[in-house]
Design a protein around this ligand. Sequence first.
Ligand code: CP
Length: 292
Amino acid sequence: MGKHLTSIGDLENWEVEKIFEYAEEFLERGGNGELKGRVVINVFFENSTRTRSSFEMAAKKLGAEVINLDVERSSTSKGETLFDTAANLDAMGPDAIVVRHRWAGVPELLSKYLRHSVIINGGDGAHQHPTQALLDLFTLRRKWGDVKGKKIAIVGDIRNSRVANSDIELLTRFGVEVTLVGPPQFLPQLPLPKSYKLEEVLDKVDGVIALRTQTERHHSPTFASLHDFAVLYQINGEKLKGRSIVILHPGPVNRNVELSDEVVEGENSLILEQVKNGVAVRMGILKYLLEG
Ligand code: CP
């Protein structure tokens, strides 16, 4: 059994470099049956477009078999606990289980119950999304080369974002200077530069990671409306004003809330590069975790 990936802190920088080395190779020449005979199970208790299909594609490109557990039709609906579900899947002997859950900490808890399979966190509540952080850093490195000293603003609902948690840790470890931007209720208590004023920060950064307002994680309304949020914090053509700032977003984008259509589709946008790179990075992650 290999190493679990429940949080970005599970990987040291040299391991991130190894995964990126593999990912570069996979982008160049695709997979070559590296994981033939291996089995990956996707267990997504929360909706996903990118992460689930990206893991499925990554595993298949490496020659592995993929099972997507249909959670709605699984025995969790008959009262089976999460731990029993995981232990029973593990007893079938898959090599990896990719899990997403709305509760923070579920992948790490499950990892302690498994005997055979590696757990990979596909996103847990507002806690961690390590594979997204890896593909974000990989995308920035492909754009810029060395990222040390580059300045990135993370804009939006940072407090409720597992992507932001993982990105902040990984990007700062690799020397990126991160500024957090949003209204006070969206900013976490972290020892990083913060600003409530987007325009001021846009003058000083090389890139922006925009985030969706995660209303599903708000216990009470935090903004009068998404329109009010957009007036202050939407990145649009007028606010970019010809600046060459790169724009990233983990998806799903709420178009014309955090990013205008023209920015999503504009020449500064790396959003679809992130998605493309996500497959290669997840191929690298699977190869590294299952084969070393
Ligand atoms: N970035 C991301 O986690 O997207 P999905 O929710 O579609 O998987």
